[in-house]
Design a protein around this ligand. Structure first.
Ligand code: AMP
Length: 190
């Protein structure tokens, strides 16, 4: 079982790279941002709650996010593994994920962290707004807030997995193919 955390700031390319890794390794892709957006589209109660945070570039509360993620994982009992994209985003989420996966006997295999500098992230997100239709990509103040939240609340999650010897930093600048190759080279054989 291969459980990969694809990590990095907003605009680092996690979603794009996930689609290639899913194909290559036959994994289930779980993006908490995508799941929240599907709930917003479906006008669920969870969607309404999530939207109030997402519109401002803030994190959805841990308890709600953790419960949602665990129920998504449980929908795929036959999965060969998962790519976690956009989760965990806090140390509390990381601790919850570790104990949830260890309880299933399928711990996190590795964290691959895409490294992209801030100015590049901002220009990628503004460009993405043209096609993503995401309000949180179109507003520079919300983008800045998402980056600030990442630095403060999410970056420490990297330390959490580094302490377990599971962290690999990946240069996130280059062509999509070059970055996919770097990621593949860092994925442990199972
Ligand atoms: P993303 O699609 O990963 O850029 O996420 C979009 C937004 O969804 C974030 O700015 C947060 O408001 C929310 N979100 C996604 N994943 C999480 C998470 N793991 N914890 C809390 N909020 C999240």
């Amino acid at each position: 079982m291969l459980n990969i955390i694809l990590f990095g700031p907003p605009g680092a390319g996690k979603g794009t790279q996930s689609t290639f890794l899913v194909e290559e390794y036959g994994l289930v892709h779980l993006s908490t941002g995508d799941i929240f957006r599907a709930n917003i589209k479906g006008s669920t109660e969870l969607g309404q709650l999530a939207q109030s945070y997402m519109d401002k570039g803030q994190l959805v509360p841990d308890d709600v996010t953790i419960r949602m993620l665990e129920s998504e994982v449980n929908k795929f009992p036959d999965a060969k593994g998962f790519i976690f994209d956009g989760f965990p985003r806090t140390t509390t989420q990381a601790v919850a994920l570790d104990s949830f996966l260890e309880g299933r006997g399928t711990p996190v295999s590795c964290m691959l962290a895409l490294d992209v500098e801030e100015e590049e992230l901002k220009s990628r997100l503004i460009a993405r707004a043209e096609t993503s239709g995401r309000a949180d990509d179109a507003d520079p103040a919300v983008i800045q807030n998402r980056i600030n939240v990442y630095r403060k609340e999410t970056e420490p999650v990297a330390e959490h997995y580094a302490a377990q010897g599971k962290y690999t930093g990946i240069d996130g600048i280059g062509t999509i193919e070059e970055i996919t190759d770097r990621l593949k080279a860092a994925i442990p054989a199972v």
